[in-house]
Design a protein around this ligand. Structure first.
Ligand code: G3H
Ligand code: 13P
Ligand code: ZN
Length: 316
């Protein structure tokens, strides 16, 4: 594991103890990574950095390791580096060997027994390296999957299955499907309703100290999307989760909240605005500079929304 990282489970245990949650931000480039780390360090709260396999293919695993090593050096807050949506044990092993402190094995679209077998295999690999593992059960719905939210309840996580999955695999945390979805189109003209009763039932079965994960948690803030559209984007009918629903999900037992779309929208709004306001500038740093500033505001807002230290949640 890279020096300066902690296993995600350490952070998740802190969240369950303090009845709060941690933000897990996806990053796509060095600038986004810098903003996430600097902002978390500024507010002195733990953070999970995550990358998908497509980001690994884009940046390169060696570069990710080098950038994260530099980013976490001398930073005095708990930080984990997590593989998001690992599709098989091969990519999980690559990340564990490279120095990640957490991996997700996502076999949620496979049969239950295959999901269990594959998750067990990854847990075994990861445990030897002190690396945490997140699993997933259920299907995230939404326009991207061509599934209507209203007809999707049977795709949500089944509480009994969740209990059996955790018992059989000993996985450290579980991503559950309760009505959110990835990307900017989460509801049909209205924010999707989260099935909080199902969440409560799952938490009751798995216990208050078992960490649960909410994927697809972006709000898709209209003011930022408007900036993108004003400066040339063509993204209409987008809709995310309400901030208050994300807060409610944490109250009902979510401990890790995944955010990607919201920081992408902010970053792109900054780039588009800067290109428009500085049409004669070829200075990449100038355009990325505004993108970083706009992204920082969203990262701060998210951390304040998601990680609540009102329960006395000191980092010790
Ligand atoms: O959960 C997945 C991310 O939001 C998007 O994935 O990095 O493959 O585009 P990507
Ligand atoms: P959003 O698309 O809502 O940001 O979700 C990101 C996510 O779940 C990454 O795993
Ligand atoms: Zn996800």
């Amino acid at each position: 594991m890279i020096d300066g990282l902690v296993p995600a489970l350490d952070i998740l245990r802190w969240t369950t103890k303090n009845e709060t949650a941690v933000c897990a931000f996806n990053f796509s480039n060095m600038e986004m990574l810098q903003v996430i780390i600097a902002t978390a360090a500024e507010v002195k709260l733990p953070i999970i950095l995550q990358v998908t396999e497509s980001t690994i293919n884009y940046i390169g695993l060696d570069y990710i390791i080098a950038m994260v090593s530099a980013a976490v050096k001398d930073i005095d807050i708990p930080i984990a580096l997590h593989l998001d949506h690992g599709k098989d044990s091969h990519i999980c092993k690559r990340c564990i060997d490279a120095g990640f402190s957490s991996v997700m094995i996502d076999k949620s679209s496979a049969r239950f027994t295959e999901n269990v077998t594959c998750t067990k295999e990854v847990v075994e690999l990861a445990k030897k390296a002190g690396v945490s593992v997140e699993g997933e059960l259920g299907t995230l719905t939404g326009r991207e999957d061509d599934v209507s939210i209203s007809g999707a309840a049977e795709l949500f996580t089944d509480p009994d299955q969740a209990y059996r999955y955790i018992e059989s695999t000993k996985v450290d945390s579980l991503a559950i499907a309760i009505g959110s979805s990835h990307g900017p189109f989460k509801g049909q003209n209205a924010p999707p309703k989260l099935d909080l009763n199902r969440l409560r039932e799952i938490k009751c079965l798995v216990g208050p100290f078992y960490p649960l994960v909410l994927h697809g948690a972006s709000a898709v803030y209209p003011d930022l999307l408007d900036i993108c559209n004003r400066y040339g984007a063509d993204i209409h009918g987008a809709c995310g989760l309400k901030d208050e629903d994300v807060k409610a999900s944490i109250k009902f037992g979510i401990n890790k909240v995944n955010v990607d779309t919201d920081i992408r929208v902010a970053f792109m709004a900054g780039i588009r605005r800067s290109l428009n306001e500085n049409p004669n500038s070829l200075d990449v740093r100038k355009h990325f500079g505004l993108a970083k500033e706009m992204m920082r505001d969203v990262v701060i807002k998210k951390i304040k929304l998601i990680t609540n230290t009102a329960n006395g949640g000191s980092l010790d």
